[in-house]
Structures are given as C-alpha cells and as structure tokens.
Design a protein around this ligand. Structure first.
Ligand code: TTP
Ligand code: CA
Length: 363
C-alpha cells in the first residue's frame, strides 16, 4: 500500500516510443558482421589518444561500461576491440523520418521530442489493451520495414509513458495502467523523473529523498524552500499527476554541430576556419531539411570546461550559408577572449513554420 501517495486515474492513454541504441542500430542493420559486437559511434578513438565523445553504442558495448557522452578515450580503454565508427548524420535523419512516418500513420495526435523518440496520444482507442495492440503493430512494422528495434511505454501520462519505455530496453513494451501507476513510480529512484539530473538528485539525497515515494510524501513547504515553485509540479509528477498534453508540433527546434579540437587551441586562424566548416555543415543539414532559421548561436568551451554561448536573431529567416557564416564569425569574435579553446559549436534555431523535426548533431 502507498498511503501517502495521491491516487489519480486518468482517461488518457499515452504511448512513448524510443528507438534502441539508435545511431548504432542504424549502422548495424544490413551489416551482419557487426551483429553481436560492441559498436561505438562517436569521435575517432585514435588508439586511446582521441578527443571528443561517444554519441552512443550498441548494448554489447554497454556491457563494457561504455555510455553516451563518455570521452572516446575512456571508451577505448574499456573496450579496445570495439568497432568504432564515425557518425553518419544524414543516415540517422533519414531513419528517423522513416520511423516517424510509421508513428504518424494511424493519424493520432503525435509529438516528436527528439531524433529517436515521440509520443502518441492513443486515448481515442479507448482501452489499454487496444493501445498495447497498436504498440505491438508499430514495433513489428518498424522492425520489418526498417530493421530497427524500439522500446515503448504506455501510461496515463506523458512522464510515466516516458519512464515506462525505458524500463525494458531494448525491444521492450511496458504498460502502466491507472491502478498500477503509483506502485510503478513509488520505488523508483528520483533520477528516473525526466529533468532530474545529477545536481537535483544529490540535493534531494541531502534532504533524505531517494525514491519517488519519498518525494511524493515530502513536506511541500520544505521542497518549495529548496527548489522554488517548480517543486509543486515535481511533487505532482511523483504522485503520478501530469497534465501535459501531446503537442502536435511538427518540427525541428534546432540543428546543431559541434566539434572538439585535437588539442586546445588559441590559433585564431584555425578557430575561424573550424567555425566556418561547422557553419557550412549545419547549413547543409538545414537545406537537407528544407529549413530556414532566424537564430544563430555560437558555443565556445575553453580549456577547463568554462563554456560561453552567444546568440543573434536575424530580422529574416535565412538558409544562406554565407549569412550564417558571417553571423557565426561575428558571434565568435564577441565571445573569444584569447584563451585556449577546447570545443566549438553552432546551433541554428527559430525555424520557419515549414520545420520538419528536431536534430541535435554532435561529433
Ligand atoms: P538516446 O535515446 O539517449 O540513446 P540511444 O537511442 O542510443 O540508446 P537507448 O537504447 O538507451 O535509447 O539518444 C538517441 C541518439 O542521440 C543516440 O543514438 C545518439 C544521439 N546521442 C548523442 O549523440 N549524444 C548523447 O549524449 C546522447 C545521449 C545521444
Ligand atoms: Ca533511444
């Protein structure tokens, strides 16, 4: 029994789909020689001397402790015999739009939230069992047509559907019906709640809050004192209450590229040339997607991981690489203070309403 949690039943049925080891799976399909092997997608490991990070890796590579965003040099130490592959973004974007087309086919409210995940509001199907049938059909179609696996969560709210899709990865289907919602959430670590990162997790730990049950039962005033008004929504989520809707936004929020230098550098010529190359690449992504943007953001990470960003919003939408390059150079001049740079990045956003999908591309 969970006496301290509020029981909420909702007529809504939300489905969340997340592709399994997405970039790695796209690389591995049609290449039987890679099947069953640890495959790592990311920067070149250069025998352990490489810089940059892991984008993702196959589940076989995860068994060695390799994870997304880990330095590629560390991944190489953990599993030197893994197959290391550079990212091929156009392939992932194409695979993503193939997956999303399958999800959109039933004509239900649809919201893409990243390159490999989306929500469907399947409430109109009426029952959880009908929703599960649809989930199985979607999963089978994605596998048969695209050779990729995914994991699906079905629940009365978006947050719980998202948590559920992660529970039985890979190739999992997890259904949380209203009467099991609270007992499903209660024993989970607070970190499972989307948006609770390392920092909030450790702050909650300090207050003695480890599980979602602890969070749901905690004195709300004390939570507000520590986290501000957002604590109210947080505690509601812990109690299974989440009114957020599946928003039918078609569209990309941003397109970005970033790169880590082989060695930290203050060589202005190299820095400018690199920013030009990133601008060009990101404009290519923009044109592949037939998009036009208004906002250009430049990111500089200095030695020691101090990161600065600066954005400029243009008066008109543009897809013109020269305009983007000029804008990026000018932003770079504004934030470059002569210190050695570790990483440079560019992001294009504020798209014309003809957007297609969100992409965050990183190397
Ligand atoms: P995720 O869905 O976080 O991861 P995944 O699909 O690789 O694996 P999982 O089975 O656990 O869902 O991210 C989707 C893709 O986004 C991933 O394949 C590669 C890319 N990505 C990065 O490039 N860098 C990152 O730090 C993360 C987390 C993802
Ligand atoms: Ca995924």
């Amino acid at each position: 029994m969970e006496p301290d949690l509020v029981h909420v039943t909702s007529p809504r049925i939300i489905l969340h789909l997340d592709m399994d080891s997405f970039y790695a799976s796209v690389e591995m399909r049609g290449r039987p020689e890679l099947r069953g092997k640890p495959v790592v997608i990311g920067a070149d490991p250069k025998q352990g001397k490489g810089r940059g990070v892991v984008a993702t890796c196959s589940y076989e590579a995860r068994a060695f402790g390799i994870r997304s965003a880990m330095p590629i040099s560390q991944a190489f130490v953990l599993c030197p015999h893994a197959v290391f592959l550079p990212p091929d973004f156009p392939r992932y974007v194409k695979a993503s739009s193939d997956v999303m087309a399958i999800l959109k086919a039933p004509g239900l409210p649809f919201e893409q939230v990243s390159i490999d995940e989306a929500f469907l509001d399947v409430s109109s199907l009426g029952t959880f069992s009908a929703a599960a049938d649809l989930a199985v059909r979607i999963r089978d179609t994605i596998f048969m047509d695209l050779g990729l696996t995914c994991s699906i969560g079905i629940a009365p709210t978006k947050v719980v559907a998202k948590i559920a899709s992660d529970v039985h990865k890979p190739n999992g289907l997890t259904m949380v019906e209203p009467d099991t919602l609270v007992s499903f959430l209660a024993p989970m670590p607070v970190r499972k709640i989307p948006g609770i990162g390392k920092k909030s997790e450790s702050e909650l730990f300090e207050m003695g809050i480890r599980t979602i049950r602890d969070l749901a039962a905690f004195d709300i005033q004390a939570l507000i004192t520590r986290f501000g008004r957002s604590a109210i929504a947080l505690q509601e989520i812990a109690a299974g209450i989440d009114r957020s809707e599946v928003k039918e936004r078609e569209g990309v929020k941003s397109v970005s590229r970033e790169t880590t230098f082989e060695e930290d550098t203050d060589d202005e010529q190299l820095i400018t040339a690199t920013m030009d190359a990133l601008s060009e690449e990101v404009c290519r992504n923009l044109s592949d997607e037939s998009l036009h943007c208004r906002t250009v953001t430049v990111k500089v990470r200095y030695q020691g991981f101090v990161t600065r960003t600066k954005a400029l919003t243009l008066p008109h939408y543009t897809g013109d690489p020269t305009a983007v390059r000029r804008c990026a150079r000018s932003l770079l001049r504004d934030i470059f203070d002569g210190r050695k740079i570790r990483l440079l990045g560019i992001r294009l956003s504020s798209f014309d309403p003809c957007d297609a999908r969100q992409m965050t591309l990183e190397v």
